[in-house]
Design a protein around this ligand. Sequence first.
Ligand code: ATP
Ligand code: MG
Length: 217
Amino acid sequence: LFSQLMAQPIGILGGTFDPVHHGHLRLALEVFEALQLQEVRLIPAKNPPHRNTPVADSRHRSAMLQQAINGTRGLVIDERELHREGNSYTVDSVADIRAEAGDQPLCLIMGMDAFQALDTWHRWQQLTDFVHIVVVNRPGSDAEITQADIAALYTARKTGRIEDLNRRPAGYIFKIRLPMLDISSTRIRDLLQAQQNIRYLVPDDVLAYITKEQLYQ
Ligand code: ATP
Ligand code: MG
């Protein structure tokens, strides 16, 4: 009875989605199912400060996400970073969502490559004030945490119990192994530059959009 009274967590997946691909979409859906989330919010970043400027502008990246999700139950787009001036900081977005969500648990989802670089993010040590962090294996990315400060945060916050993500609104780090696809936006952009076919790496509607708008040429 008690567990039924607790709110399901909301998942949050930020990214540049430049372009969105089946790796992102399966990541979102696998975590949605595995953690029985209420929904996963995909948040396209406008102007991510810790990496190169996206190739496609945010209007296109968001339109491609829309095409990709196309009504899939459990997946929604959250455009709050596109409407904010200046840099897109994940910590600001999760603080906003926390203010809206009351005590409902929030799970910030990221691949191991993103987690390994967490110490380059603005106010990264404060993320767990607002959210749990769910770290998913990514093909081609190291399974071990190498950076000492990140390893320390992980040791202090880790849990192996999935129920902990429902028990508290924020604060845990949960590593989960899921069958992930070895697809990256970088490789897709490289293939397009080389005039090669990216079909089956992205949804057909995303490929059609890229072709129509002549993106990544
Ligand atoms: P780029 O090559 O431009 O960096 P990307 O494919 O890494 O693009 P991002 O938008 O940087 O995509 O990734 C957003 C989030 O999705 C990150 O947390 C990243 O770890 C995760 N992610 C992306 N692709 C995969 C994948 N194939 N498997 C698991 N996680 C993924
Ligand atoms: Mg990336």
